[in-house]
Design a protein around this ligand. Sequence first.
Ligand SMILES: Nc1nc2c(ncn2[C@@H]2O[C@H](COP(=O)(O)OP(=O)(O)OP(=O)(O)O)[C@@H](O)[C@H]2O)c(=O)[nH]1
Ligand SMILES: [Mg+2]
Length: 421
Amino acid sequence: MFDRAEIRIKAGDGGNGIVSFRREKFVPFGGPDGGDGGDGGDVIIKADATVTSLRLFKQRRFYRAAAGKDGKAKRQHGKKGENLILAVPVGTVILCKAQIGGDALIDDLEQCGQQVVVAKGGKGGLGNIHFASSTNQAAQIAQKGEVGEEKNIILELRLIADVGIIGYPNVGKSTLLAAASAAKPKIASYPFTTCEPVLGVVEVGRENFVLAEIPGLIDGAHLGRGLGHDFLRHILRTKILIHLIDGSAASPVEDMIQVNAELSLFDSLLKQKPQLVAVNKNDLPGVQTRLAELKDAFADIGIAAIFVSAVTGEGVNELMTETVKLLKEVSARKETDVRIPKKIFHPQPRNVGPSVHKEGDTFVVVAPGLERIMGRMDVSSRQVHQHLKRQLTRLGVSKSLDKAGIKPGDRVRCGDLEWEW
Ligand SMILES: Nc1nc2c(ncn2[C@@H]2O[C@H](COP(=O)(O)OP(=O)(O)OP(=O)(O)O)[C@@H](O)[C@H]2O)c(=O)[nH]1
Ligand SMILES: [Mg+2]
C-alpha cells in the first residue's frame, strides 16, 4: 500500500577537535589553541501540508544529515553540520524499527508544522585548549567528534477521517459513501472492490465531517489476512465508526459481533471506539419481510440499529444526522477520547560499571563509558596515554585488572583498542 515506508537515517558525525599551538612573533611558547569540532546535523521529520504521500520515501531509502566540520587553529570552532529536514504528510506516524520486540512509537505528527528530531547529530570533539592544565601546558590531546545516530525508521500515513465506515466486503460501504458525499468510489457486486481507503466530505446542515470507507475487513484481519493490519491501522485514527451490515446476510447480528471481535483482537482501543450500527440494503424485499425480526434482534442486545438503503438513499440523511450528533458528543467528552498513546519510548541501555574478563591470554575490559572516551581520542600520542591511564584509575578499571591478576606485559583490550599493560 502507498502509506508505509521504511527508511534508514543517519545524523551527521561531530567534527574533530584539533591539536594546535599559538605561533606568533615574540611568543615563543604559545599555548594550545586548537578549536572544537562542530556538532553534526540532526535528522528532523516535519509534517508539511503540501506533501500528500510517502511515495518519495519508497524511491529513496537512505538519508543523512551533514557532518560537523573539524576545529581549526586560533580557537576556531568547526561549522555545525546542517540539519536534514524530511517533509512528510500530516498524519504520519513515526516508529523506530526494533531488532527485537515491537516497533517503538517515536511520534505522531498530527498537525501541520509539527516536527521531531529522529536522529541526533554527534557532538563535536573538544580541541586541545580544553586539555591544558597547570601541569600540562602543552596539551597534545584533542577529542574526535562523536558519531551521529543511525537507525531504521518506519513512516506510516494513517488517515485522518472523523468517521470510518467499516463492515465486511460487499455490504455497501462504497455505495453509502457515494450516497452521503461527493466521493466516487468504485462500486461492484464482488468483494474487495475497494482496496484503499476512500474519503468524502459529508455536509449536514452547516456541519461537515470527513467520512472514509475503510476496506478490507475479513475474519482474521488481526492476523494480517485480507488487507489485515493496513485496514485496522486506518481505523485507529477515526473518532467514531459507522458499522455497516448487510441486511440480506444470513445472520446480520452475528456478522456485527464477529467484526467487533476482530477489532478488539487487533487493539483494545478499537473496541472502545463509539459505533453507530447501520443495517443496509433495506430496499430488498428479503430484508423488508424480516425487518421487525431484525430490529428486535438488535434491540435484544441493546443496539438501536438504523436501517438504510444506500442505493435508494432511504435513511441515509438520518444516519448522517445521528453521526454528527455522536461526533459532537465524542468531542465534548475529550477526556475519554480514544487516541493513540503519545508517549515516546526510548529504550536505554542499562548503565553498568566496568567489568573485566579473560579471553585466552587477553584481559577484556567491558566499560561503555570508557569505550566512548577511547573512541574519541587519538591514541597515538604519549599524552593521551597519560590521560587514559588516569581515566582507567578513576573508573576503577585498574583495580579490577589487578584483582584479575594482570602482570606488566599482558595484553588488554577495551572496545576496538588493544594495548600492552
Ligand atoms: N439492493 C441494494 N444493493 C446495494 C445496496 N448498497 C450496496 N448494494 C450493492 O452491493 C454491492 C456491493 O456494494 P459496494 O458499495 O461496492 O460494497 P463495499 O462494501 O464497498 O464492498 P467492497 O469495497 O468490495 O468491500 C453492489 O453491487 C451494490 O450495488 C443497497 O442499499 N441495496
Ligand atoms: Mg467498496
